[in-house]
Design a protein around this ligand. Structure first.
Ligand SMILES: *Cc1c(COP(=O)(O)O)cnc(C)c1O
Length: 396
């Protein structure tokens, strides 16, 4: 069991005391970091100002190396299989743009796929003559595994599996989809942006070739951080689309040599303070106990999924069989943006997910937008109830 009091005390954004404090339900957007993350970042920025960025980084080489060790411990990977970046999209694209594609090749995307992934797939399809096709969903809304099995052939070069979409509580059967993709030799790139930090991620169980995630969402790290995991064989053999003097070594007038592991997918320059902050965030999660954190998130999301449908005119829009910590809903007669803004006026933070972020899914369901409530483990049940009461009052 998580120590709720400790978790709240560690989170400056949580306010306890007389009167209603803020209710923060946007960990799917950009979460509230624990104090140690903010302090780590600020401390490093101060040090850079004192002695310069190079010396400051040199003082923290062990901690910088530990960022990958910590991420590896969280997802069951070796640090050599992890490349750090500045966002999930950067990491996703770093891998995707490095997959060789030719005319006639097929790229499969999930129905719940994220706009940035789909746009990149469409761009490369235009440039190479490959095609982009949607993996159908089953009656529950998750990836239809039978349809996927029927869809794949040896022309499928890459399958983009969206683990937990940005616009609702669906969790796709990533390991099963990966096995099907591998049966025809396709690569699987898993968008774990909304699962990293809130659901168990074990790359050995998942079997994926690559996985991308961001720091600022459920991991509670700083903005401008993200990472890419590559299957060890790929980390050692794949040629990234772009290189610099960190991802490769200039070995002769006509020669270069790739860095030995996944760091071939990194550039030299980075926000060192943010990176250290990401390491602190992952270490904090490991120290709390990821399983306890995941259970706390699930309990809060389930609390909302029970309470919200009891409000007349409120519809929970989550798909799938297994659910994430993202609770999506609409309110009859009240536009999603108005819902967000009226809650914000009461210091309750939720976000709106518009159709453009997950176009295939949202247009398939005829939805222009949904309201997204994403409670992390630091949110109290009393706060959830305040949120539910505020939603109930919207139509009054
Ligand atoms: C937020 C999000 C992304 C993009 O993450 P960035 O760090 O902003 O690049 C990708 N996929 C999903 C499912 C997301 O929710």
């Amino acid at each position: 069991m998580l120590d709720d009091d400790r978790v709240r005390a560690d989170t400056p954004g949580c306010v306890d005391g007389p009167g209603p404090g803020p209710v923060f339900l946007d960990s799917a957007g950009s979460s509230l970091p624990p104090r140690v993350v903010t302090e780590t970042v600020i401390e490093h920025l101060r040090r850079e100002a004192e002695i310069g960025g190079y010396r400051a980084a040199n003082e923290r080489l062990d901690d910088l190396a530990d960022v990958k060790t910590a991420i590896g411990a969280l997802i069951n990977a070796e640090p050599e299989s992890i490349a750090l970046s500045d966002s999930a999209t950067r990491s996703w694209a770093d891998f995707f743009y490095s997959v060789p594609l030719a005319a006639g090749d097929r790229i499969l995307v999930s129905e719940a796929d994220y706009a940035s992934n789909a746009i990149a797939a469409l761009q490369r399809a235009r440039a190479t003559g490959a095609t982009v096709e949607k993996i159908p969903s089953d009656g529950s809304g998750q990836i239809d595994l039978d349809a996927l099995a029927a869809l794949v052939d040896e022309r499928v070069k890459l399958v983009s599996v969206l683990h937990a979409p940005t616009n609702g509580g669906l969790v796709n059967p990533a390991a099963e989809a990966t096995r099907i993709a591998h049966s025809v030799g396709a690569l699987v790139l898993l968008d774990a942006c909304q699962s990293a930090g809130q659901l168990p991620l074990d790359v050995a169980d998942l079997g994926v070739d690559a996985l991308s995630a961001t720091g600022r969402k459920w991991l509670r790290g700083p903005r401008g951080t993200g990472f890419l995991y590559l299957r060890p064989e790929l980390a050692r053999s794949m040629e990234p689309a772009r290189l610099d003097l960190h991802s490769a070594e200039w070995t002769g007038p006509q020669d270069y040599r790739l860095a030995p592991g996944a760091s071939r997918f990194e550039f030299w320059e980075c926000d060192v303070a943010a990176r250290l902050g990401l390491g602190a965030a992952v270490r904090y999660l490991l120290e709390l106990g990821p399983e306890d954190v995941y259970a706390a998130i699930a309990a809060r999301a389930e609390h909302l999924r029970k309470a919200l449908p009891e409000i007349p005119g409120v519809t929970v829009r989550d798909l799938g069989i297994r659910h994430s910590g993202i609770v999506s809903f609409t309110v009859d007669g009240v536009d999603s943006v108005a819902v967000r803004d009226r809650l914000l006026a009461q210091d309750i933070t939720v976000t709106v997910s518009h159709a453009g972020s997950t176009l295939l899914d949202m247009t398939g369901r005829g939805l222009a937008s949904v309201v997204r409530a994403s409670p992390h483990c630091f949110v109290g049940f009393d706060e959830l109830d305040r949120f539910v009461a505020a939603v109930a009052a919207l139509r009054a």
